[in-house]
Design a binder for this molecule. Sequence first.
Ligand code: ADE
Length: 413
Amino acid sequence: MRIDIVTLFPELCDTFLSTSILGRARNKGLFEAHCHQIRDYTQNKQRQTDDYPYGGGCGMVLYAQPIADCLREVIRQCAEQGRPRPHIVFLTAAGQPYKEETTRRLAACDSLTLVCGHYEGIDERVIEEFGDEEISIGDYVLTGGELASLVVADSVLRLQPGVLAEEQGYQEESYWDNLLEYPQYTRPEVWEGRPVPPVLLTGDHDRIQAWRGRQSRERTRTRRPDLYLAWCESHPITRIPRWKRTERACLVRDAAQMEAAARLAAEARRTLYQTAGVVPGSEPSPQTLREELENRRREGWAFYLHSMSGTEDGLVGVCHKTGQIGYLAVTEPSRGIGIGTRLLDFARKKLAEHDAPWVAVPQDNLALIGLLIRMDFRAQTAANPGKMTGILSENVGFRQQIYRIQTPLEKKL
Ligand code: ADE
């Protein structure tokens, strides 16, 4: 790959591209880089590169002409090497947001030319004439495009074959794709009283990978809900984890089972209230929940208790009249081993007479929303009516969103 940077500070850019991993790769000839001084292409005696903006306003604007002539020279050099016309990117705060997808797309170019603005901007006409795209590296304004062009160059060049040869772990299509990275630790084992998570010292590769996967997903869910939901859509659960030999789901019939169901439902409601930041103390008691479940039963709901080796640790409810799934609960110690997934799948199969079984979910319960999306439920939107705002209790308002199964079960199976 050939990369060109058109700038008022070529030495700055060149130093960066000659340092560390990129410097080594450049010396090995894994890419070619050229930094061009815009000032060398001026046509005035003072070698002035900018002027006042037409229409007034503060700051200065870079002339079109020196940038255009510099770009013509870059295009000529590429042609001389038998390369195609370079892909020309202007770095400006008004550009399209820079993403990993953009990195991959640009990394596929044979030649990439990055033009750095300075001062208040660049004469728009040179962008119109030469620019294939405009990129911004974030919603903040830099004094110039140099740092932005180096961000683009760094992220594109690290994808070139051989550049990360020693860093084999960073495979572009890795499992961690589109999730935030899991936390990393190195020696010593205990630093200032903080131990490394014990699982990392077990040498059990499968457990370590599973732990890292959970950390990545958890971090992405809490720090970047947008990325998490996109990841869920692109990572459907196509194989439901098998039920363990000691695992059972039984219909709630007698008083003792109803008692257990109410306890589980009350625990789930408490967690829900905590995450929603509801005033402590307003959570319904198991007694209130039992009345609620009994009323629901009279309205056509059926509840199923999940148990593992005889210990009740999960609950789900289905309403045959309406096709609703609800009251999903898994006790704290039993979370993270697929019980929620199995219960949701169990519930939707119980509702096989409904084309699109549905769940009402508080809008900020991203863990459940993510799981539903991965299980082929989708939010109802204006285009797909049915969106509602629900109230879960008298004093606490929760915004709820309906998620319906996207593909009817018999078509899926
Ligand atoms: N120039 C000034 N601010 C910028 C930004 N955020 N991204 C790219 N180029 C810029």
